[in-house]
Ligand binder design. Sequence first.
Ligand SMILES: NC(=O)c1ccc[n+]([C@@H]2O[C@H](COP(=O)([O-])OP(=O)(O)OC[C@H]3O[C@@H](n4cnc5c(N)ncnc54)[C@H](OP(=O)(O)O)[C@@H]3O)[C@@H](O)[C@H]2O)c1
Length: 345
Amino acid sequence: MPFMKSYAITVVGGAGIVGREFLKILDERDFPVGRLRLLATKRSAGSTVEFRGSSITIEEASSDSFTGEDEVVFLSASGDASRQYAPLARDRGGFVIDDSSAFRMDSGVPLVIPEVNAHALDWHRGIVSQPNCTTTPMVMALYPIHRVNPLRRIIVSTYQAVAGAGSAAVEGLRAETTAALVGRHEPSGTQKREIAFNAVPQVDVFTEDASTKEEAKMANETRKILDAPDLAVSATCVRVPTFFGHAMSVWAEFEHPVDPDEAREAIMNMPGVRVVDEPGAERYPTPLDAAGNDDVLVGRIRADSSRAGAITLWAVTDSIRKGAATNVVQIIEEADKRGLVGPSA
Ligand SMILES: NC(=O)c1ccc[n+]([C@@H]2O[C@H](COP(=O)([O-])OP(=O)(O)OC[C@H]3O[C@@H](n4cnc5c(N)ncnc54)[C@H](OP(=O)(O)O)[C@@H]3O)[C@@H](O)[C@H]2O)c1
């Protein structure tokens, strides 16, 4: 696609699993990068990352890192790092996209899935948030129905891959699996419990109502993105021993009864979503099918025999691509198209 210009980009968390995927996607989409800076902690500072034939040395991030030369700043490190750096980068003229949960529910910060609510970018004040990696696929699967027949209630259970918890968690599953196969139980400490050959119904910390923060994110972020403050959402988030690709089973009820064939048709026409749904041929998507792809894959679309008019479906997506890095690149592309990046924006 034609771009307004090339951009000076800084990535905080440039050595992380999402940061590295972000660089890969910029390259895949021929995104015009004028100058690229990668920041991390002392741990990765000094190591190098290849980008378009150049070797970029990672620098240690500090409050002095933002000098006014950045046009786009992608914060992909942690909530604490985002709270520290986002205001600094924004105040020095950067268009900041934050991958953490730090600003998602801030009423002055748009929370954007470009296929669903790109229009929210128009009121950005320098910081844009991108949703949690479980919220995005669920919203993308339900939005094509919701836009003509508003959602009333969602009940969702997730099966989340370890990549969603960062590069250390991927290594943790590898190490635990290797140990478990020879009869040793050696929890890596990257999840709340040993994760190899297990399923852990806790992603993030618990909140006061006995839900986890991940479950609250799915509910609150969905309401914000769809501008549906009264939408009822019940989520149970579970970490499973898959490496890449978050899966979820979604039950949804809308204002008016939904016919599963009409739902399938609507979902098929949603950009960024691919329907893989042929029960007769035993065709449905799995996390392995989603890994490395940008699409949200949806299958098992069917009526719920216990509640007339409700539907259930199964959705899968790669958490580090559409759940994170791809969505961020799309936000920058959309902001570029709307002339919303840079000092004149
Ligand atoms: N993984 C996913 O599927 C996913 C999806 C959606 C959102 N997110 C969010 O994306 C962010 C990055 O996650 P990740 O999965 O890429 O984690 P990761 O693989 O653990 O990478 C984190 C990166 O951030 C850097 N970092 C951490 N604290 C920092 C600080 N205070 N200052 C500067 N750099 C710092 C780390 O530096 P070192 O290399 O020096 O340790 C590393 O490069 C998190 O906010 C996460 O919640 C992740």
